[in-house]
Every structure is written in structure tokens, then in C-alpha cells.
Design a protein around this ligand. Structure first.
Ligand SMILES: Nc1nc2c(c(=O)[nH]1)N[C@H]1C(S)=C(S)[C@@H](COP(=O)(O)O)O[C@H]1N2
Ligand SMILES: [Mo]
Length: 212
């Protein structure tokens, strides 16, 4: 019956009780779309995904070979700096940690930061430790379906909070670049698009690091 359906407010109270609602956030069941500029077209014939920078060898995949990589599923809560949070979101994709563990990416000791490079020159930066955590994924699917064009098809970075995994640092959701085309490993940090626009570089949701 209707009384078994949780209202938005009840849902928000529940995640607050469970310690999953970061300060200043509120629960949404929607999935807002936020980005700068137009949605890029996708052409499977020309798309590639590249790894370069502080690695022993550059590597790249075309769309067909990227899809042969082992994929993992990940359920997490995502927290947008604009104050909406979406809980128990389901992602599928390729883990950067797996790419390192399986020897696809051979990191040099000088690899301290990762710049996600997306279509039209968009970038987002993170420390390498965070990109190697279980809560960062190169996602191809959301909720069992390929990403929609608005949400980053065919590939995007995603970062969020895995309940019970308070050992993992959780940045706001903007730290995942939609329409992702490559990862550059760097020695020095380099501010990404929103970070240059005044967003906080570390962006820890629990410390409410929204703006620099
Ligand atoms: N390529 C690209 N990725 C991007 C952005 C962008 O402007 N361009 N904006 C970021 C911001 S600010 C947010 S909040 C999230 C929003 O993702 P969504 O539209 O799937 O909710 O994407 C992030 N990734
Ligand atoms: Mo954002």
C-alpha cells in the first residue's frame, strides 16, 4: 500500500540517521544534468581512450577493445556540490585500480595526480590515491543501462560514497568527468575546469569543501 512507499522527507531522515547525508545536502530521486557546454556526439569508429604521462608506457583502447576489459559493479551515494544527493546509485564500468593491478597501467613513482581529459578540453583533477580507491570508476552504465548522452555516454568518471566505507575519501560528484577520453598521470597537480572556476580542489563532501 501507499504507506510502504517512503516519501522524500522520510528517505532523507533515514539516510541522515544512517550517517549517509553529508552536511548541507538534501536527498533527491531525480538525476539532474549539470555541465558546461554542449553534449558531444559519439562515433564508435573514431573514439579512443588514452592513458599517458607518468606511466612506463602509454596505452590506448578503441571502443570495441575498451569493452573487452573486465567490468565491475558499484553501488554508491553521489553528492553534488549544488546540494543534491542521490543514494544507492548503481554503476558499472572499469576500475582504474584493476587496470593498475592487471598491468595495463604501469605507474611511475612520480605519478601523484590524475587529470581526467574529456571532450572539448574539459578536465577534472584528483590525487592518484583517490582514483585508485573503490569509489572511483570509469563508468559505462548507470542503473543497468548504457549512460544517457546527457550523463556522459559512452564513458565518464564517477566518484561517490560507499556506505560503511568511511575509510575512503569522498569528493563531490563534479570530480567525475563526463564524455571522458583519457587519463593523464602527473607529478604536479593541475587545476581542472571547475577547480579553476573557484570550486575546492580537494572537494571532500564530509568537510563541506565546496569552494576554494
Ligand atoms: N565533461 C564534463 N564533465 C562534467 C562537467 C562538465 O561541465 N563537463 N561538470 C561536472 C559537474 S559540475 C557535475 S555536478 C557533474 C554532473 O553530472 P550529471 O550531469 O550526470 O549529474 O558532472 C561533472 N562532469
Ligand atoms: Mo556541479
Amino acid at each position: 500500500m501507499f504507506d510502504s512507499i517512503e516519501s522524500r522527507q522520510e528517505g532523507e531522515e533515514r539516510v541522515r540517521r544512517e550517517g549517509r547525508l553529508p552536511p548541507g545536502q538534501s536527498l533527491t530521486y531525480k538525476f539532474p544534468v549539470l555541465h558546461y557546454g554542449p553534449v558531444p556526439p559519439f562515433d564508435a569508429a573514431t573514439w579512443d581512450f588514452r592513458i599517458w604521462g607518468q606511466v612506463e608506457e602509454k596505452i590506448s583502447w578503441d571502443w570495441a577493445s575498451f569493452n573487452l576489459l573486465l567490468k565491475t559493479r558499484l553501488k554508491m551515494d553521489i553528492h553534488c556540490v549544488t546540494r543534491w544527493s542521490k543514494f544507492d546509485t548503481l554503476w558499472e564500468g572499469v576500475s582504474v585500480r584493476m587496470l593498475v593491478d592487471e598491468g595495463f597501467i604501469k605507474l611511475l613513482p612520480s605519478a601523484h595526480f590524475v587529470i581526467q581529459h574529456a571532450e572539448y578540453g574539459f578536465t577534472a583533477n584528483l590525487p592518484v590515491e583517490i582514483v585508485l580507491q573503490d569509489n572511483f570508476l570509469l563508468a559505462t552504465h548507470f542503473d543497468g543501462e548504457p549512460l544517457s548522452p546527457d550523463h556522459g555516454y559512452p564513458l565518464r568518471g564517477v566518484i561517490g560514497h560507499i556506505p560503511e566505507r568511511d575509510d575512503l575519501e569522498t569528493p563531490y560528484f563534479w570530480k567525475g568527468a563526463k564524455w571522458l577520453r583519457g587519463l593523464e598521470f602527473t607529478e604536479q597537480d593541475r587545476l581542472g575546469f571547475w577547480e579553476k572556476a573557484g570550486y575546492h580542489n580537494r572537494a571532500d563532501v564530509w568537510k563541506e569543501q565546496r569552494f576554494a
